[in-house]
Ligand binder design. Sequence first.
Ligand SMILES: NC(=O)c1ccc[n+]([C@@H]2O[C@H](COP(=O)([O-])OP(=O)(O)OC[C@H]3O[C@@H](n4cnc5c(N)ncnc54)[C@H](OP(=O)(O)O)[C@@H]3O)[C@@H](O)[C@H]2O)c1
Length: 395
Amino acid sequence: MELAERGRGRVSPNPLVGAVVVRDGAVIGEGFHAELGGLHAEWAALEDCRRRGGDPAGATMYVTLEPCAHQGRQPPCAEAILEAGISRVVIASEDPSEKASGRGPGILRDGGVEVASAAGAEAASARLLNQPFRKHARTGLPLVTLKMAMSLDGRTSTAPGDSPWISGEPSRALVHRWRAESDAIAVGIGTVLADDPLLTARHPDARQPIRVVFDSQARLPLDSQLLATLDQSPVLVVAPPDADPNRVSALRDAGVEILVTGGATPADRIASALADLGRREITSLFLEGGRTLASAFHAADQIDESRTFIAPVLLAPSTTDPRSGGVGVGGFPPHGGCGGQGPSPASASSRRPEQRAVQGRPPTPTTGPARLSALESHVEQVGDDTLITARFREW
Ligand SMILES: NC(=O)c1ccc[n+]([C@@H]2O[C@H](COP(=O)([O-])OP(=O)(O)OC[C@H]3O[C@@H](n4cnc5c(N)ncnc54)[C@H](OP(=O)(O)O)[C@@H]3O)[C@@H](O)[C@H]2O)c1
């Protein structure tokens, strides 16, 4: 699994895979899938074994994902294992994609190889290694990881004119690594208009993710940094069919691809956009906000994981801050939200319809905002910030 991890950010839409060839308790070959179109882990491990002067015949191969049986960018691994005379294969996780689903292990068994499966913690770790691949294989949709940075007082936006960064340098470096590991990054047009971000991965050897802007009125400025850096990675604008045709064609002329999505509600449009991104073999989407788009993803039930930085700063607005949207109790905006404009992630659009206010009347208190239920969460220190990682689904 450590070998497999070395391919992160380089092999998508393929899975991360590592393989080790063992004889009499000693490793005689090891390999991993290092780049898209490159050798699969099993081939790499067998090659490594031969390079070291070893003979894989009669040895055991441990592999993190079931060996493939199909001819893709590389020849089938099950065939290579049979040809090498490996006598036992231990598989840590099954491959849920349609072209795999047990075919490789079947070919190996038919060829007289003993096939065993890992269980418990090893099997779980192998599945977690490949969550984007597994979700994409099972649903056709990318895995969505929400990243948010907030102040101690729960705000996600700084004052106009201030640096948009809430989290510290080490956290931002980590964000750049996560961007490099993702197939695509998404933001709402609100974030682009407020911050004019680049959304590139400033990380050594980074593969640049595709940049996606949810922008239903095609408002993405033609002089934005996103458009100025189209040579680094493509920009995709998600817009409905009725977006202003002049703005749409100006964006197209500037080199932006328009992803036309239907759907009656913001949540429907998100589901439709995700399906389209999945068809383009985007297996992981790093959702960088802002809160309005994050709320819509929440309402669409499309957040698989979250990474939240809490920075040791307080950003409560002054009573004259025009972006506070007026002042509510204790100096906070009247929408009860936590920073900037728009609803908080757990309010407005993420609420069930019966919870929304009707004609100026306050909403009837029911059960509170819809909550995600974490399968697993983890807290760690990153520089001066606290990072909370939570996983809501397993694929
Ligand atoms: N702390 C953090 O982690 C973080 C991260 C990112 C941004 N920010 C801050 O957040 C602020 C911007 O946040 P924001 O909430 O105003 O804007 P946002 O979430 O970035 O963008 C919201 C806009 O996206 C558009 N949109 C298109 N399709 C949508 C859909 N399906 N669902 C929802 N929205 C959709 C809508 O505008 P149209 O209707 O015009 O399309 C909507 O107003 C900035 O101040 C930025 O600095 C903070």
